[in-house]
Design a protein around this ligand. Structure first.
Ligand code: 2NL
Length: 352
């Protein structure tokens, strides 16, 4: 090898250092920079490749090449160091430039919503409170006497069968209606009595249209001279407040052991106004009948008064009952009863 080769080698080393300086400016991460560094200074790097020729040079010329190699190496290392600290500084300034406005108001916790059954219960309570009724509640576990015997329902009545009622240890049962609350209220004091009794009741039913627990609301008005006209006027007022003004009601003869006479209560359908048609089609809510069933009612049976120690010759009274899930389904057009018990937040969030 000649002096010409030596100068070429030195020039090539200087060129590599310059080439590296050009490349590194485009690199944006430490990993890319370290990989580039290895491509030049690593064991199989470009600088090491050139140095393999060192041994073939005349000994006198080797120091000059070694010096050029060191110059190239330290140039590359300096460029790496400078580029890395430039990147670190840029990321620090970006961090410092980020503005957080600590004076912004907090987002706050998301508010929950009341369950549709709670909304309907409260709304109905308000309507009867406005008529002078009080709201009374009582225990779910009851005596058979409070739930059945006092309500003129004899021991051989089908409702008292194991198939229809939940029996609890100790001869008690889960109440099948809230009537025991009215029985307790009458046992506790004389008329007048004007109460509504909301609460959960239990029956051995479980299918698409029945749940074993459901919320109910019953009402009871006992005084001198309470008439069937008072019952009708009270129910009419309720329907006007709950479903809409100017809607009629219809009472259909029925039977309950605890009332005589008894009636099923229908309200004119609020969706079609009672004519059964919406835009020339059968109404989806009342299915074309113009009426929706809302509950049962009647004049308190004399035997119920005798059971609680009231004189049936001195007082009369009316009573009624309705299922709150049915009221909520009608009011909010919910088509599946089970929605009330599935706790799907997307369903529940619709009621606010
Ligand atoms: C219905 C029918 C009704 C009563 C409940 C009652 C209570 C006492 C005395 C007399 Cl203490 N009656 N309650 C009366 C008639 C009907 O409920 O369809 N409920 C969902």
């Amino acid at each position: 090898m000649s002096s010409a080769d030596t100068s070429k080698l030195i020039a090539e080393l200087d060129r590599l250092a310059a080439e590296f300086a050009g490349e590194i400016g485009k690199l944006a991460t430490e990993e890319e920079i370290r990989l580039a560094q290895a491509r030049y200074l690593g064991k199989k790097g470009k600088v090491s490749d050139l140095m393999k020729a060192l041994g073939k040079l005349p000994p006198a010329e080797r120091p000059a090449v070694g010096e050029a190699a060191n110059r190239a190496k330290s140039g590359i290392e300096r460029a790496v160091g400078e580029r890395l600290s430039a990147l670190a500084e840029a990321s620090l300034s970006a961090d410092l430039a980020r503005v957080v406005d600590v004076t912004l108001p907090p987002r706050g916790a998301a508010l929950g919503t009341l369950h549709p059954l709670t909304l309907v219960r409260r709304e109905i309570e308000e309507i009867f409170l406005g008529l002078g009724f009080a709201v009374r509640t009582g225990p779910w576990v009851e005596s058979e006497w409070n739930n059945f015997d006092a309500l003129n329902t004899p021991p051989d009545h089908p409702a008292r069968d194991m198939q229809d009622t939940f029996f609890v240890e100790g001869g008690r049962i889960l109440r099948s209606h809230t009537s025991p609350v009215q029985i307790r209220t009458m046992l506790a004091g004389p008329p007048p009595i004007r109460i509504v009794a909301p609460g959960n009741v239990f029956r051995r039913d479980d299918d698409a249209t029945h749940t074993p627990m459901f919320p109910q609301m019953e009402g009871l008005y006992v005084d001198k001279d309470v008439s069937f006209a008072d019952l009708k006027g009270t129910l009419l007022h309720f329907v006007h407040r709950f479903f809409g003004p100017n809607l009629g009601i219809r009472l259909r003869p029925s039977y309950f052991p605890f009332t005589e006479p008894s009636a099923e209560v229908d309200a004119a359908c609020y969706l079609c106004g009672g004519n059964g048609q919406v835009d020339g089609r059968s109404c989806r809510l009342c299915r074309g009948s113009g009426w929706i069933e809302i509950g049962g009612s009647g004049m308190v049976h004399p035997n119920v008064f005798r059971a609680v120690g009231y004189d049936p010759a001195a007082v009369t009274g009316f009573a009624f009952g309705m299922g709150l899930s049915r009221m909520a389904m009608l009011k909010y057009e919910v088509d599946d009863l089970r929605s009330f018990y599935e706790h799907d937040a997307r369903f529940l969030a619709q009621f606010r």
